[in-house]
Design a protein around this ligand. Sequence first.
Ligand code: OAD
Length: 258
Amino acid sequence: MTEIVALAPRLARRVAAARRAVVLTGAGVSEESGLGTFRGPGGLWEEFRPEELATPEAFARRPRRVRDWYAARHRTMAAAAPNAAHRALARWPALFPSFLLVTQNIDQLHQRAGSPEVVELHGTLMAARCGSCGARRPMAELILAGGTIEDERPPRCSCGGLWRPDVVWFGEELPGEAIDRAQRAAASCDLFVSAGTSATVFPAAGLIALARQAGAVIIEVNPEATAFSDLADLRLPGAAGTHLPALTAAIEACRSPG
Ligand code: OAD
């Protein structure tokens, strides 16, 4: 059955008048593409401990284990296909004079669904980065090259540094330009959607409060309530693959000239 999102008249008027929209996505948006989320039942952080896999210390201590874990995740992500939620969000740039899609996901499914520009707060697993000189190359190329990341020998850059996934680990700074852009956009938007994120990891989660302070309409898409649900003008308590296409259709309807 196709979901329909009905916007209450006052909300519909505010959404129709919105000029600057921001969407923040998290692992829940890729859940229907078969990628696991981090928290909650069956989440990755239930099976694995983040401090053993997603920190610079873990990589220094057990590079092989960290590389193998990310290589396995890379395989799963590369084999996954974008879902209806990613495809719906690819239509948003046409809906607003200014639109920014901000994601905590490292799977690049938004880009593969056709979103022309995505701010990746936590980096990407589709690229590898040299931990010394900062050079980047496609992760697939590194995996296919001799001295694969699943090899015993740690793959090294020509400068001698170790290749690592181009993701943000716990205890590391977010890419400065990405978080600056996201914060500036959230602090000046009039519509903010938080979709598929538990909103527990900062500074990403702080974007929701920034948008609220800016007076934006806040919409949350998540089957579960989060610490920020109380800030939402509208909560769509269900799957992103159902609710984001329905929300997109509702916004298209209320913004169309007819
Ligand atoms: P989480 O795993 O913390 O949260 C996923 C959220 O998605 C939960 O609130 C679920 O209720 C919701 N969810 C599950 N299925 C869904 C569906 N089909 N549609 C919509 N929502 C659904 O993931 P994030 O919030 O993305 O960081 O986690 C934030 C960061 O914590 C990640 O980027 C990662 C992780 O540790 C790093 O690794 C640095």
